[in-house]
Write a protein that binds this ligand. Sequence first.
Ligand code: F6P
Length: 376
Amino acid sequence: MTTKIRRIGILTAGGDSPGLNAAIRGVGKAALGHYGWEVIGFRDGFRGLVENRRINLDRAALSGILTIGGTILGTSRDKPHRMVIDGETKDMTGVIRRNLAKDGIDCVVCLGGGGTAKSALRLHRAGIPVITLPKTIDNDVAMTDATFGYATAVDIATDAIDRLHSTAHSHHRIIVAEIMGHRAGWLTLGAGLAGGADVILIPEIPYDVEKIAKAIGGRSKQGKTFSIVAVAEGAMSRDDAALYRIAEKKLSRAKSLDDKIDAKREIAALDARHQGNTLRLAGKLEELTHLESRVTILGYVQRGGTPSAADRILATRLGTACADLIHAGTFGVMVAARGDHTEPVPLENVAGKRKSVPRDHSWIESARRLGTCLGD
Ligand code: F6P
């Protein structure tokens, strides 16, 4: 079935990532040139959709953006159903529906990660035609082989590990490099493997600091005078992981609103305590190994700058496939990467799910064969 489309909207939501502009260009150029639709960009994620802050994405606006980092549209973490307006939290779904109908916008393309898929599903259920594209440097969106942003971020983090090797080697130090990834370890595992880190710590495998110290001690015995520890920002000790498990179980079993608020408060307290974990880990390793330790937090450098060729290709493939799906009248889906192809996946199968690193993933097996310490 094909739908009569005249005008589409695009927005970018959640944390930015390299490749967003390549995806906007992919959708936009296919929409304008191939299908002859008008393309409207909404600024700053779902907030721009509510406030009707728009930018006309004509050929001139789409030109020269392929290589630019960030997003020309701006982004935010605002949710359409829980948006703070004049100090009050409101459900703005109705406003969005009215704005789109008034301006004759036939569907909205939402570029984002898991949180964006959740928001988009709510809009879809409210009768608004939406379609999403998977982006995030964390690579943790369910039901897609890859997300754009990840390949660039792995390159950046790998380059950092390469550079840290020479200084760690010169000073005979442990260098602990913190890599982004709150809940998933793809970025740390990918960069750790590519950069030859001696220890790789990810959220999916809670660690025992004594075992890490032992592995570093083992390296010293072999005459190695330095060690590189790649640690995901969300990696944690076995003890901390047990506390999270208890709090999360409480949340999933909460019967009343009060129980739910209580459990959420507990998780927030654990999150607050987790801040500075990498510094504490480095301190503990220094204490246990008697080797000088230093910390490098890569932070937002990993999200910035020019997208890699791999990300430009992925974002372009997903973007042009998105235009084809709109033409076919397929909404309420995410455009997923599957091998050399793309396929629409219902948002119900994406929202609220996370693609974590399986403990038996081939990259994990490969790291173990190399003798890399995974902290367990
Ligand atoms: O884009 C994903 C991510 O980079 C996570 O790894 C990180 O925890 C988070 O975003 C932080 O983003 P912000 O500070 O922009 O909310």
